[in-house]
Design a protein around this ligand. Structure first.
Ligand SMILES: O=C(O)CCC(=O)C(=O)O
Length: 282
């Protein structure tokens, strides 16, 4: 499924679309799982884990203007484990990043409904608060609905994957000294709003996937079609073989970790909480 052209595009501009990455079978199963998990939250309950996922994430859901977001629901439906084990997901991430092995980290669901312009995903990159450092820690974004230009496509700043610096996220503590390789968030915003910014738009069909480099600056448009439909995506974060724990004062701690000492500076993710789920065949 992955060609050299996909790998080259990913390396050059920090994002690539894999058309038809997931069959209708996976689109239907993941959508069904998301609907069930969301309905459980809406009914006032927190969905329980239904399989033994050792990653220290806990399910959360919040409503945003014109939509909802959920995080850490991977353990809450058998369909998600089946997808991780049997769909092409890990192969896609492994082949595109060149990693020798891969660990699942965390997931997020983005649903946008109607056309409230505040539903646009704000500009950010994913590494800004990460304690893991490496080039092989991307996000795999899966379209669960068709995403036309007026249905909130993702936007990326081409080439930002090559940035040497990092950004001081608005989610990180603000009242501390910024490490020397970090730039203010306003710098990121100025770049994407510059008249010559090389912004790429990523329309997709349900089942298409995007691989987003951890440094790639991205966001989304809002839905602009004026209809009452919705746009749904499932995004998963991965740790490849070059991921090393390298926290700094702007790192958001991994919540729910019973013992923070299992994370050792300079070391790969511990097998006990981030087991390898894919290995390159020799
Ligand atoms: O689907 C979206 O609107 C946002 C996705 C995103 O920002 C991410 O997965 O990091």
């Amino acid at each position: 499924m992955i060609t050299q052209a996909h790998i080259d595009e990913y390396q050059e501009i920090g994002c690539v679309r894999i058309e038809g990455a997931f069959s209708q079978h996976w689109v239907d199963r993941i959508t069904g799982a998301i609907e069930r998990v969301s309905a459980t939250f809406v009914a006032g309950r927190t969905p329980e884990a239904v399989w033994d996922c050792p990653v220290p994430i806990s399910p959360t859901r919040y409503e945003v203007p014109g939509g909802e977001q959920m995080n850490g629901v991977m353990a809450c439906a058998q369909e998600f484990q089946d997808w991780m084990t049997h769909s092409p997901a890990t192969e896609i991430v492994g082949e595109l990043t060149g990693a020798d092995d891969l660990r699942f980290w965390v997931d997020a669901v983005f649903r946008k409904t109607g056309s409230d312009e505040r539903q646009a995903t704000p500009w950010h990159n994913d590494e800004c608060t990460y304690g893991y450092k490496g080039t092989q820690i991307p996000s795999l974004w899966m379209a669960l609905t068709d995403v036309s230009e007026d249905n909130a496509p993702l936007l990326t700043l081409a080439g930002s994957n090559h940035d040497e610096h990092r950004y001081h996220s608005t989610f990180a503590p603000q009242d501390i000294e910024r490490p020397p390789d970090y730039l203010p968030w306003q710098h990121l915003l100025d770049r994407v709003h510059a008249p010559d910014a090389d912004i790429r738009s990523w329309p997709a069909r349900a089942g298409d996937a995007l691989l987003i480099h951890p440094k790639t600056i991205h966001g989304s448009r809002a839905r602009t079609g004026g209809d009452e439909g919705s746009r749904l995506s499932f995004s998963t974060r991965w740790l490849g073989s070059d991921a090393r724990w390298d926290p700094n004062p702007l790192t958001l701690p991994l919540a729910n970790l019973p013992d923070q000492n299992v994370l050792v500076r300079g070391e790969a993710p511990p097998e006990s909480i981030f087991p390898v789920v894919w290995r390159r065949e020799a």
